[in-house]
Ligand binder design. Structure first.
Ligand code: C2G
Length: 128
């Protein structure tokens, strides 16, 4: 089977997240999503509204997602690719080029981001 892997915080789930998860799944048969733990969010200097357990349960409920694993370090990607025999590593285009070093282990694909939506935009819109 063809395995796809992607990572993210996936806070305050929105259509941009759904779009990339749907497109990532369409590349194979099995989609694994690494969700940033609350501690890793701190390393990314990101604060999420929902806790890791909630973000995990929300993403697990998405029909395109087959497995959710925790993302707790930058370095785990290579281990995960080997551990799960990943064929395609997918990230949004805002990460273009950042993960090319993984190209010798699997195919690295950057998919265009969905314009006009982001968790920070949602927060800003509500705070006005
Ligand atoms: N995304 C998108 N369109 C948007 C917003 C997000 O396609 N409008 C994509 C991002 O490019 C990313 C995924 O949705 O591939 C998850 O987005 P975030 O939760 O913001 O993830 P991020 O903080 O970029 O974490 O080690 C990788 C990091 O954990 C990625």
């Amino acid at each position: 089977i063809t395995t796809v892997l992607t990572y993210g915080t996936f806070d305050m789930l929105h259509i941009g997240h759904i779009n990339i998860l749907k497109r990532a799944k369409s590349l194979g048969d099995y989609l694994i999503v690494g969700i940033s733990t609350d501690e890793f969010n701190t390393l990314k200097s990101k604060k999420s509204y929902y806790s890791y357990p909630d973000r995990k349960r929300i993403v697990e409920a998405i029909r395109y997602v087959d497995k959710v694993i925790p993302e707790s370090t930058w370095e785990q990607k290579l281990e995960d690719i080997k551990k799960y025999n990943v064929d395609y590593f997918v990230m949004g285009s805002d990460w273009e080029g950042k993960f090319d070093y993984l190209n010798s282990y699997c195919e690295v694909i950057y998919l265009s981001r969905t314009e006009g939506i982001s968790t920070s935009k949602i927060k800003d819109d509500f705070s006005q």
